[in-house]
Design a protein around this ligand. Sequence first.
Ligand SMILES: [Zn+2]
Ligand SMILES: [Zn+2]
Length: 326
Amino acid sequence: MKHKLILNGVDAPLLRQFGCDCARCAQVTKQANLSASLLSFDEGNELAHHTLFDAGEGVADSLVDHPELRGNNGRLDQIFLTHWHRDHTAGLNRLLGGWALNIKRRTGSFPPKLPLWCRQGTAAWMHRYYDFELDKFIEMSMSDENAPPGTVLEAVPVASIADITITPVTLSHWTADFTPGREAVAYCCCGYVLESAGTKMVLMWDLDNQNDWLTRPQTAAHEAAIEKLADADHLFVDCSFWHPFTKPISHASFLELLEFAPRLRPKETLLVHLSGHPDGWRDDGPDQGGYGWTNEQWTENAQEAWAKAGLGGTVRAPSIGDTFWF
Ligand SMILES: [Zn+2]
Ligand SMILES: [Zn+2]
């Protein structure tokens, strides 16, 4: 089998912001929340499996526009969620509703329920917010754990694409890590390591500014997690802000990435979930570095800082439709 990963969206929750006059919001380009599709092709080069990672706003539009998924080719076989936040799940209703109706139109019956995997903590939130979608379209499977950030979970087998291993690694994500009702801590978020015999891709979103284990591992579990994430051919990493916040906040910054990148040694680093805004407005200093930057400006500034830090490999902000082959 041949596999490729396509980006369906690269953006943070708020996309182009109502009421903002910055260069980023003035850009008329397609935007969608962070999401990727793993497309797998059989020996005859026919699309044989579509694995979707996250489905926030705008993702359905990206899928409709992919040449391999256009019109009657629109297949979907498996969903993985990094966590329950709306920018990773709000597109499920439209995506699954449209798809199921069109399968019925084409074949006369609704498709079987679609397998969806997520962490146990996220499953609880999904039942709270997406009961209709779970009831109609989804066959939920979940991890039976509440492992702390920096833990390698068991690989999730996907029978039809056995030559790719999908391994969740737990990440800390402030504002996601609670039970519904917020009465207790429940770790809800993970990244995914996608490995074939010759290629490793790491989806490391969303990630907050509390993941100190990436820079200063304290336990054997942390070391194992770093080893799992290290030496990726392509590392997709949440980098919402340029400067770190001093208070706990849901996302990491580029300058924090510079701290943990030497341990991860990615060959190519893709900056995603870029906000270009202070999102909630910074109250810990006057510096608004990154404010209003377009992806081109992110790339330019990141490449300069990467070189100055003496890091190997390349870095850039990718676009919707960018494709990465296994
Ligand atoms: Zn999130
Ligand atoms: Zn997010």
